[in-house]
Design a protein around this ligand. Structure first.
Ligand SMILES: *Cc1c(COP(=O)(O)O)cnc(C)c1O
Length: 463
């Protein structure tokens, strides 16, 4: 008999989580104005809000914490991180930052100016924010296949080279500070970019004398998909694939809260010494001195160890297979999800799951609240609340897809937890005909409203 697949680690420390009753959850979610961000974490049984900074560190990472050097300048922890970034990503220069968006803030302070154009594949929201804040424009050149949730394509994060070439032809290279490749593509559902596409984007960038930046939060998951799905890579190690990927990049920004498996941290990596030097000034202003940049020595140590562990095949296989496991359980129950299943999350198609809720009443948010009421599980809305209002007309922007994202923290939950999530969603699905209405806004912030919005039921109804 073939042995079943199982995790490549065992558990040394546990944290108690508590099941609540439906009555408790009804009270708590009402007090939270039906916004899952407003819930206390102790009111959540299985927390799939995000995979950012929520993973479990290993025994080796915790031991590294004890060896942290907290010197202001020249700490051994900084030198260790520098060596790791050189060994694993192949960059000669780097700056530590407190998280990914801080890396964007520092690097873009050097590179992006008013009127610039930054093409890429579905820019992450903070990336786009830091571009637009500088009165520059982000242009999405993702392949069209990414927007069809049921279409199976191995690399839905890929850039459409024709779209990119058009942008590069229509704008002088002085207007394009860099192209940004998001690996994997979070906004399109944790979808990877192929090595072939990376190579072709790099060739186009060279042809037009434009730099290439990798937004690298989930680069290791991207490398895993290249190994599994792309011809010619099955015999290579993840670390070999990672080095090959990054050789095409001039810069990398990293949120270490994802694939470096730490709770806080980030960095910028550079090839060019001059840009590194210019960025150092901004790092000192915004983050901290160049040898710590907003991180403690112990955190830099854990990050270095995490980068090493996060680029090991056995770990990545466990990680991605758990996401697949949850996705396949949902498919078995007939629940519509984004396919193929991505690297860090399962995206549930809320429009299909709750066909009676009008779009004005926030379909994916309604599904998120129902899943919480069902079993204390917290996902996150990727729909109309997140899409926010048109800045000019102030009307709601209705995105094509209403998704509920279930992001899996790394090395944190077991597949038994995944079974609970799948069964809870099936129960919601089975009673979908009784869910006829959603929510209306009671209060919202002028921008990024989804974090703090306060909702009320659109119609008085009994749970
Ligand atoms: C999380 C993330 C960021 C921002 O990083 P933070 O650490 O949350 O500031 C940028 N890009 C991508 C693709 C991300 O996933």
């Amino acid at each position: 008999m073939e042995l079943p697949f199982s995790e490549s680690y065992k558990i040394k420390m546990v944290e108690t989580i508590r099941r609540s009753t439906r009555e408790e959850r009804e009270k708590w979610i009402k007090e939270a104005y039906f916004n899952l961000f407003n819930l206390r974490s102790e009111y959540v049984f299985i927390d799939l809000l995000t995979d950012s900074g929520t993973g479990a560190m290993s025994d080796k990472q915790w031991s590294e914490m004890m060896l942290g050097d907290e010197s202001y300048a020249g700490a051994s922890s900084y030198l260790k991180m520098r060596q790791t970034i050189k060994d694993i990503l192949g960059f000669p220069y780097f700056l530590p930052t407190h998280q990914g968006r801080a890396a964007e803030n520092v690097l873009f302070s050097v590179l992006v100016k008013e009127g610039d154009i930054v093409p890429g594949n579905s820019h992450f929201d903070t990336t786009k924010g830091h571009i637009e804040f500088r009165k520059a424009k982000a242009i999405d050149c993702t392949i069209n296949e990414a927007f069809d949730t049921t279409l199976i394509h191995p690399f839905k994060g890929n850039v459409d080279l024709n779209k990119l070439e058009k942008v590069l032809e229509n704008n002088s290279n002085e207007r394009v500070p860099f192209i940004v490749l998001t690996l994997t593509n979070n906004t399109a559902g944790g979808q990877p970019v192929s090595m072939k596409n990376i190579r072709e984007v790099s060739q186009l960038a060279k042809k037009h004398a434009v730099s290439l930046l990798f937004d690298s939060a989930r680069f290791a998951e991207n490398a895993y998909f290249i190994k599994i799905r792309e011809e010619g890579y099955s015999h290579k190690t993840i670390k070999e694939i990672v080095i090959e990927m990054f050789q095409y990049a001039d810069y990398a920004t990293m949120s270490s809260k994802k694939d470096a498996i730490v709770n806080m941290g980030g960095f910028i990596a550079f090839r060019d010494r001059e840009i590194y030097r210019q960025a150092s000034t901004f790092n000192i202003m915004f983050e901290g001195f160049v040898t710590y940049g907003g991180m403690s020595g112990r955190d830099m140590n854990a990050l270095s160890q995490g980068l090493d562990e996060g680029t090991e095949f056995d770990y990545l296989e466990t990680r991605v297979k758990q996401v697949e496991y949850l996705g396949n359980e949902l498919i078995k129950y007939g629940i519509p999800i984004q396919q193929p299943i991505g690297g860090h999350a399962v995206f549930v198609n809320a429009k299909q799951l709750l066909p009676h809720v009008p779009r004005e009443e926030f379909i994916a948010q309604t599904l998120g609240v129902e899943l919480y009421l069902e079993a204390g599980i917290r996902g996150v809305e990727i729909g109309t609340l997140l899409a926010d209002r048109d800045p000019v007309t102030r009307n709601n922007r209705y995105p094509e897809l209403e998704l509920l994202r279930l992001a899996l923290p790394r090395r944190t939950y077991t597949n038994n937890h995944m079974d609970v999530v799948a069964a809870a969603l099936k129960n919601v699905y089975d009673r979908r005909d009784s869910i006829q209405s959603g929510y209306k806004i009671k209060w919202e912030a002028p921008i990024m409203r989804h974090f703090t919005v306060e909702l009320e039921k659109s119609k008085i109804k009994l749970f």
